[in-house]
Design a protein around this ligand. Sequence first.
Ligand SMILES: [Zn+2]
Length: 358
Amino acid sequence: MYLKRGLAALWRSESQAQIGFEPRIARMITLGGPSEFSLIEALCTDHSLPQLRGIMTRAHGDLARVDELVGELTDGGALLNRARQSDHARIPVNAREFLAPSAESRALLRPDDGWPELARLNESTVHVIGLGRTGARIATVLATSGVGRLRLTDSTLVSRRDCGLDYGFEDVGRPRDVALKERIRSLPCSGITSIGPPMDDDATVLVDPDVFDIVRARDLVYNGVPHLSVILSETSITVGPWVTPGDGPCLRCIALHRTDMDSAWPAMATQLSASSAVAGRGDDSVLSALAGAYAAGQIISALTNHTPPCSGTTISFHLPDFSTSATSWPPHPECGCIAPAPDDAVLDAAQEPAPLLA
Ligand SMILES: [Zn+2]
């Protein structure tokens, strides 16, 4: 057994150690003397219980304290037992080293070694539709973060305006999905990237200029596929909401709310959908990198059974200062995608920006 990798063992005083530095994971351990310091130091590398008892004996300490300290650290989730690691084997061999930092960080927040969440990602399929700079960034981050199967959809030819993050000039003139698939396959990634026919997608990302495709969104709700909208606007990129069909607002709810706020919205949305200027819109490199990574994080959060902060919420990244803003959206009572919203559900467009990159 050993202290989880990356977990700091700090001495606060002669009688107290602190395991972990961040307030949300730190725990204080009361120590009886130098012999117990030796025990904590020994746990920075792998030692069995008999070995720990031997260290305590040589340090003339109390043998009963070995079990007490090990029990305290185990109950606090700070210790790992190498013999109990099993999900590591569910990760492709060539991915274990580059995914290890993710597993080790996750382990500090969980009772296990972090690999069960990586194993779930490895068994997941994500469909990314719309592969300009932002969509390509989302796909690349997902693929290199351990998502096992990635499906790409966008046969638009790569232009020089797409290049910089995930396309090179050598990709210009090739279909985006073909070029990106090859690019991702050249990177360390654990899974399969395809352009093929539909699979049982665990999540879909829709990257659209200014307005989402309401028909595609409706089909995803109908088929029960969780999805994330990413909208490229004139000076901003908006991520969200993350839609879990039947639980929280869907994209049609958002459209209905926008119509409540501006009766001309349906007419403008129709014009925006047909606008060649919008269809050819590029995305700023920094905004794409920020919003793309954030969007990928929302997907990974959902696939690992956490609630994405974008559930029922849109987060916008703005030029020129890369500030953020957040808007929460309740289900719309006329949508019918879930049970009617509570009477007191109020659109909160002025809430504090969510913590994004902490
Ligand atoms: Zn709805």
